[in-house]
Write a protein that binds this ligand. Structure first.
Ligand code: HEC
Length: 136
C-alpha cells in the first residue's frame, strides 16, 4: 500500500513537472560549458573515459535546452517567432548529438584529428545559437 502511494506521488510529480525556466536554461548552459571542458581535457590527457563522461553530460544537457516558459507564453507574433527558434534548437541538438558520436567513434579508432574536428563543430553550434539568440 505504501508503495502504491509513493508511486502515485511520483507519477503526479512527473505529470506536473515544473516548467522550464530561464534559470534552468542557464544551469544547462553551465553544465554544457563544463562538459566541453571535460571533453577537452580528455583530449589533452589522452583519456577516453574522460571524453565519454563529458559527452554524456553534454548530450544530456542539450536535450533539455528549449525556450523557457516565459518566452513560450508571449503574444501570437512572438509565438511564431518562438517556433522558429524551437526548430533551430532541434536542428542544433541533432547536430551536437551526431558530432558527439563522431568524437567517440573517431577517438576510439585512434583518429584524434577527426575527433577534434567534431569537437570544433560542436563549439560552432554553441556559438551559432548564441549569435542568433543573444537576446533570448
Ligand atoms: C539553442 C540555443 C543555444 C545553444 C545550442 C547553446 N546555447 Fe548557450 N546560451 C543560450 C542562451 C539563450 C543563453 C543566455 C541565457 C540567459 O542568460 O538567459 C546562453 C548562455 C550560455 C552561457 C552563459 C550562462 C550564464 O551564466 O550567463 C554559457 C556558459 C553557455 N551558454 C554555454 C553553451 C555551450 C558550451 C553550448 C554548446 C555545447 C551552448 N551554450 C549552446 C543559447 C544556447
Amino acid at each position: 500500500m505504501k508503495n502504491i502511494i509513493v508511486l502515485i506521488i511520483l507519477t503526479g510529480t512527473a505529470l506536473f513537472a515544473a516548467p522550464y525556466t530561464k534559470q534552468d536554461r542557464i544551469n544547462d548552459m553551465h553544465e554544457m560549458a563544463f562538459a566541453m571542458n571535460t571533453i577537452q581535457s580528455g583530449f589533452f590527457y589522452n583519456n577516453y573515459d574522460t571524453i565519454s563522461e563529458g559527452i554524456e553530460h553534454l548530450t544530456q544537457a542539450i536535450q533539455r535546452v528549449k525556450p523557457p516558459l516565459e518566452e513560450v507564453e508571449e503574444t501570437d507574433v512572438m509565438a511564431r517567432y518562438m517556433n522558429n527558434k524551437v526548430q533551430m534548437t532541434n536542428k542544433i541538438v541533432k547536430k551536437i548529438n551526431q558530432k558527439s558520436l563522431t568524437i567517440l567513434q573517431r577517438y576510439k579508432s585512434g583518429d584524434s584529428q577527426q575527433a577534434i574536428q567534431a569537437y570544433d563543430k560542436i563549439l560552432g553550434q554553441c556559438m551559432k545559437c548564441h549569435r542568433k539568440t543573444r537576446n533570448w
